[in-house]
Design a binder for this molecule. Structure first.
Ligand SMILES: NC(=O)c1ccc[n+]([C@@H]2O[C@H](COP(=O)([O-])OP(=O)(O)OC[C@H]3O[C@@H](n4cnc5c(N)ncnc54)[C@H](O)[C@@H]3O)[C@@H](O)[C@H]2O)c1
Length: 372
């Protein structure tokens, strides 16, 4: 198969779809790899390292898109890339369709086979979302702490306090991968942390593994309201599996109960966000204020730590990428249920039920679409 890795064009996106080690793995398996010039430069991988691994460097993005049977990238295609997708081409990337109707329509129109990283699902979890959730979760606590600074528009509360002065209260809503990583860093810097979830099983696990300054709590409306009112930082880390939009758990009334200059980091913004006030921001202009609360809603947080994020992502995507390249899409999906769940569009058909429900579009069963 011909594998293509274009340079990311999203604002401040520093990650890249393939590392030189991933290129070497595809080449070893007998595939050809085309990498756009400077695609990995922001993640610390110069073209020479890709060439050494066996890639061909292409000077134009169009060359890569035209040559490739499978595009491996990080973020969803942007409008400038829509026309580059084509029928029979596999696009292997994050998509988050439910948050973006225009993207969904463009992928359907292109008739490309889009495999969404965030929807590849093993029985134990989401293997391609997990590494970025680890990065974003850890980073969300750092961002919360940073924007508490008065000079950054915050309330001026030092997260870890000082002798004689209490630390900040940090509430994490959603105790999955983002949540546990956020809570760990928040607890590690000395804040008083609560982590809310609706899964009893997950709460029992959190109670076992989290330190004493982190309280796992069942997320009911009263507890949520009480914790928010007492919080200096709130981190949104909820996910409804399967591609649904994030639930809007936080209202303007909740935000009004918080101290002015408190911070809300909505990591779940890539699925639409968990607050009525959430709207996606970028690394260029990451925050805005609503109801006196600083909102940080960057949809591609891990890009800020692009080298770590690229290495972690590529470590995870290579397994399924090789399955597709070695067996072809139909055979690979027929052989691996986890991968089949990630196949979201194919020959103009939408295959993911929650996305179809969100937009009122007809959905086809993935097996039927592939002729399995
Ligand atoms: N902004 C970014 O750059 C970025 C990066 C990585 C991940 N994310 C997003 O972060 C979100 C969380 O991802 P994750 O990997 O932690 O998912 P996850 O599935 O590991 O965890 C989600 C948790 O939310 C809990 N939950 C569901 N409904 C809830 C409710 N009503 N109240 C409280 N908890 C509830 C679930 O029980 C689960 O434990 C996703 O939307 C993901 O796409 C964003």
């Amino acid at each position: 198969m011909k594998i293509g890795c274009p340079k990311e064009i999203k604002n401040r996106e520093y990650r890249v779809g393939l590392t030189p080690a991933a290129v070497a793995a595809y080449v070893r398996a007998g595939h050809e790899v085309f990498v756009e010039k400077s695609a990995g430069i922001e993640a610390g991988f110069p073209d020479a390292e890709y060439e050494l691994a066996g890639a061909r460097i292409s000077h134009e993005a169009d060359e890569v898109w035209q040559a490739a049977d499978m595009i491996v990238k990080v973020k969803e295609p942007l409008p400038a890339e829509y026309a580059r997708m084509r029928e029979s081409q596999i696009v292997y990337a994050y998509f988050h369709f439910a948050a973006d109707r225009e993207l969904t329509d463009a992928c359907l129109k292109s008739r490309a086979s889009c495999v969404a990283y965030e929807l590849v699902a093993e029985s134990w979890g989401l293997p391609l979302l997990q590494p970025m959730s680890e990065v974003a979760g850890r980073m969300s606590a750092i961002m919360g702490a940073y924007y508490l600074g008065k000079h950054n528009g915050g309330s001026g509360v030092l997260p870890m306090g000082v002798p004689g002065v209490a630390p900040a209260n940090i509430t994490v809503i959603g105790g999955g991968t983002v949540g546990i990583n956020a809570a760990r860093v928040a607890a590690g810097i000395g804040a008083r942390v609560s982590i809310l979830d609706v899964s009893q099983k997950r709460l029992a696990y959190l109670a076992e593994v989290m330190p004493a300054n982190c309280a796992p709590l069942f997320s009911d409306p009263l507890t949520l309201a009480r914790e928010m009112a007492a919080s200096d930082v709130v981190i949104g880390a909820v996910l409804i599996p399967g591609g649904s939009k994030a639930p809007r758990l936080i209202t303007r009334e909740h935000l009004k109960t918080m101290r002015n200059g408190s911070v809300f980091v909505d990591v779940a913004i890539d699925q639409g966000g968990i607050a009525a006030t959430s709207r996606a921001t970028s690394h260029d202009n990451p925050v805005f204020i609503e109801e006196g609360v600083v909102h940080y809603c960057v949809a591609n947080m891990p890009s800020a730590y692009g080298r770590t994020a690229t290495l972690a992502l590529s470590n995870a995507t290579i397994k399924y990428g090789l399955e597709i390249a070695n067996r072809g899409l139909k055979d690979a999906c027929g052989n691996d249920e986890a991968l089949l769940k990630g196949l979201s569009t194919h020959k103009g058909e939408l295959l993911v039920k929650p996305v179809a429900d969100t937009f009122g579009i007809k959905r086809k069963c993935p097996k039927e679409a592939l002729g399995l």
